[in-house]
Design a protein around this ligand. Structure first.
Ligand code: AMP
Ligand code: MG
Length: 518
């Protein structure tokens, strides 16, 4: 296995001069050199061959000892220097100080087919940023991150990727519900891949510490390597840099709303400057369409990161980034203008996205109202989002509308006359509105099916794969991985996954209730 290593991050940013992993505030440095922890009995459980190919690693090589050793942290690839990044963040609305890669260890950068990829292990041991924790990850959260990041990629949602899922052979102590019942679980390591793992928090930390030298240096690095089309470093281009991040963040969140993904922990340390979905923790997929839903039990009270609030939080996070960049821009007005524009753009793009989900591509005056009344209807009784939109593509007329979407209701008894009437009224308006469209119904079905996935990684599906993996059986991981490579295809042989969440999963830990414990 010969990798085309090309390191830029460690060569162009300042390193921490201390070389041990004592927990500490790391100042005047962007990263610290660290060494992954050797594990007891590493075993590669699954590999994303698509990702491997993008890195120039062929299938045979993914089966090698070297692959296993490198991507479980048991061997350091020649001439590379693993490191952990220093960042801070606003967690649940409050500045939390230094966080950093507490259990993510960057291995190296690979250049292949003119693309540069950062390669990172999650769960490979302690770093100076591990605070009170162990730097490790458990199997359940690793399966979830591995499956979901690749599923997101195939859904066309901007995301960090995953190369491999491995078990370490070590035991990791975790208190899943934070209720004083810790238990040992299997340790695991995911190899994550991204063009960049820089977060809003990487810039915030230097700004808060008034370390303008490193702030500027890191922004210049990001400009040069990730936004080179914007031009050379200058105040003007720092503003463009912020604008580009604002636009990418917006695009990512629109995609989340389209597929029904709730990130769960949109802290600024979990926001990528490339607008990629990053840090798959207590995320979840909507079953019933519900703006108030969040899977994260840690956020149960205020539901700050609920489905319907993700765009507001994206904006709030961008405000924090704007504050962080201010010292090198020294002008508030252009940043404020970008944030104002973000709000306008969101409304517009959200409407376009929702219209595409119901097959509307022309402009009519009442489109916003039609979408809003649809969202109201979807929340009358528990209505499965994925089933609803997918089935709607076969809509012909108001009369058969209700029959078509019946399958998406969780409780048919809840469908009172009032609910039926509301739907009938909406279908009537929808039927009339469709007549303004020039697309043929067959064409509309095709277009709708290209934006409404048939298969998403429902929370209970991951949990089933986890329960089996815990017993050493990884076939369901593979089955789901394959299924989710083609989320928009009919795949009639996989119809069993095009179904509502089973009742047993309604209130089960891991299915509807997830915590940050991982
Ligand atoms: P998260 O909530 O996963 O985004 O993590 C917030 C911070 O906690 C980050 O700085 C993580 O690196 C750190 N962290 C989370 N879990 C662990 C762990 N098991 N060991 C060390 N650091 C951790
Ligand atoms: Mg994080």
């Amino acid at each position: 296995m010969k990798l085309n290593i090309k390191n830029s991050f460690t060569t162009e940013n300042l390193a921490d001069s201390i070389l041990d992993t004592t927990r500490r505030q790391v100042t005047e440095a962007v990263f610290s050199f660290v060494t992954p922890k050797k594990t007891k009995a590493p075993k590669v459980v699954h590999v994303s061959q698509e990702m491997a190919a993008d890195l120039g690693i062929d299938e045979k090589e993914t089966e090698s000892e070297l692959f296993k050793n490198i991507f479980t942290g048991n061997e350091v690839y020649p001439n590379t220097t693993p490191f952990a990044m220093c960042y801070g963040g606003h967690q649940f609305g409050h500045w939390a100080g230094q966080l950093g890669d507490g259990r993510a260890i960057n291995l190296f950068e690979i250049e292949h087919q003119n693309k540069n990829w950062k390669v990172q292990l999650k769960g490979a041991g302690e770093t100076p940023y591990s605070r009170t924790a162990d730097g490790l990850a458990v199997l359940r959260s690793s399966v979830r991150e591995y499956l979901c990041s690749e599923a997101m990629f195939h859904l066309g949602v901007p995301t960090t990727r995953a190369l491999s899922l491995s078990i370490s052979g070590d035991e990791v102590l975790r208190d899943v519900l934070y209720d004083g019942n810790p238990a040992y679980e299997k340790g695991a390591i995911v190899t994550r891949i991204s063009p960049s793992f820089l977060r809003f928090g990487n810039f915030e930390i230097f700004s808060v510490r008034k370390d303008i030298k490193n702030l500027k240096r890191l922004v210049d690095y990001a400009l040069k390597h990730h936004f080179s089309h914007l031009g050379a470093p200058s105040k003007e281009n720092y503003i463009h840099f912020f604008k580009a991040i604002s636009e990418r963040t917006l695009e990512m969140i629109i995609h989340w709303q389209r597929v029904g993904f709730v990130h769960g922990v949109m802290n600024t340390d979990n926001m990528s400057i490339l607008g990629l979905t990053i840090d798959f923790g207590p995320y979840g997929w909507l079953e019933g369409f519900d703006f108030g839903w969040t899977p994260n039990t840690t956020d149960r009270e205020h539901k700050r990161y609920r489905f319907g609030n993700q765009s507001n939080i994206g904006l709030w996070n961008l405000y924090q980034l704007a504050n962080a960049l201010y010292p090198i821009i020294e002008e508030a007005a252009p940043l404020e203008a970008i944030l104002e524009q973000h709000k306008v753009d969101f409304e517009q793009q959200y409407l376009q996205m929702m219209k595409s989900k119901i097959g509307l591509f022309s402009e009519e005056d009442n489109d916003l109202e039609l979408i809003q009344s649809l969202e109201d209807n979807l929340q009358l009784v528990e209505t499965d989002m994925t089933l609803f939109f997918r089935n709607l593509s076969r809509f012909t007329d108001e009369k058969s509308g209700l029959k078509l979407i019946e399958e998406s209701f969780y409780n048919l008894e809840a469908i009172t006359k009032e609910v039926k009437d509301k739907w009938a009224f909406w279908f009537l308006n929808y039927e009339v509105r469709l007549q303004q469209e020039s697309t043929l119904s067959s064409e509309r079905e095709e277009k709708m099916n290209a934006v409404n996935p048939k298969y998403v990684l429902r929370n209970y599906m991951s949990q089933m794969a986890i329960d089996e993996a815990d017993k050493g059986n990884y076939t369901l991981i593979d089955e789901l991985f394959e299924l989710l490579k083609r989320p928009y295809d009919a795949q009639p042989e996989n119809e069993k996954w095009f179904a509502k969440r089973p009742e047993w999963a309604r209130n089960k830990v891991g299915c509807s209730m997830l915590s940050c414990s991982s």
